[in-house]
Ligand binder design. Sequence first.
Ligand code: SF4
Length: 62
Amino acid sequence: MKASVDADLCQGHARCWEICPEVFELDEEGHGFVPTPDVPVELEQKVRDAAANCPERAISVS
Ligand code: SF4
């Protein structure tokens, strides 16, 4: 699985980081980003949960 954050959609609610800090980080403005897009298998469900809880639907998984 690969994960990414659309910076144009992200409004910085930090839900992604709260749910899965192993994959999502926050920049200095509180916007989420994914420093390492390849998601380990054991974190896939947490990334799906983060994507489902992003109010802006800014997280993509593939
Ligand atoms: S939950 Fe969504 S809107 Fe909030 S920081 Fe993460 S990607 Fe951005």
